[in-house]
Design a protein around this ligand. Sequence first.
Ligand code: TXA
Ligand code: MG
Length: 317
Amino acid sequence: MDCIAPMNPKSIARAAELLRRGELVAFPTETVYGLGANATNDTAVARIFEAKNRPSFNPLIVHVPDPETAAAYAVFTPMAEAIAARFWPGPLTLVLPRRPDCGLSRLTSAGLDTVAMRVPSHDRARQLLRSAGIPIAAPSANRSGLLSSTTAEHVADQLGDHVSMILDDGPCAIGLESTVLDLSEETPAILRQGGLPQEEIEDALGGPVAIASADDDAPKSPGMLTRHYAPSQPLRMNASTAQPGEALLGFGRVMEATKNLSPDGDLVEAAANLFAFLHALDTPDHDGIAVSPIPETGLGRAINDRLRRAAAVGETD
Ligand code: TXA
Ligand code: MG
């Protein structure tokens, strides 16, 4: 694959520039290769989901070069600070409340008020993050349902057509994703077992930690699903017009839409706008949100999946 580049100062500088411009770049970390995009750019983040071909939106991990930078995007309690000081840089991801002024794409967090932050220990990965100067959203660089990539060749096989560049620094040292620890609630919980053993976290916390599996690519049993965004207003799908009191979230050539996900019917644009527009319409100004029909193809499947869950909240919760 000609887009594979050995990772060195020159290729890192080029990759950083591509990332700033909103393109996708795959890069190694100590755990697995990541499929990176500018986490503040809605369209760039939407392209990650398009490339992975996932039928749903899962929140993504935001990668930064050091704990100080992480504090610009997420709220750290003293406990979170202590955990970060002990295990970062390293194979641990912390789920923390988003700072209201963080500037991260809503799609990065899949509409949630939390954000997953990680400082990798891979030196060249951190050089890339420092050189880019922007937070990088990066899921594991594999197509949905396939194994995570631990070499640049794995990435090229699965995603070669979707990335502008693949930085190659050989096989990943750990070869297993980071451990995801949720510190956004009162009780810390491991959402995904990974490169940092549970025992080390328990040693740091001074006691047993709750386990709540939420692995994105693994088959899920009920009750182990990732938390998902739910608007406080009722949501109605496949609506051609709004009823009195409803806001209309349009798609395509829709008259009188309160907001339109993509007047041109572009699914990448619609995905990029989805959570930001839902948040904007979820105000007491309306009694409900009606949404135009979205085609069930490409990113439309993920958009409809999230809308269906949001529409079903009143029925199931
Ligand atoms: O080792 C890793 O973590 C790799 C490298 C590239 O850093 N990245 C990775 O990302 O595995 P991904 O997207 O494949 O997995 C992210 C995990 C998922 O289980 C997701 O549900 C969880 O983190 N996650 C992300 N944000 C979350 C949030 N706000 N709340 C709960 N879970 C979250
Ligand atoms: Mg993954």
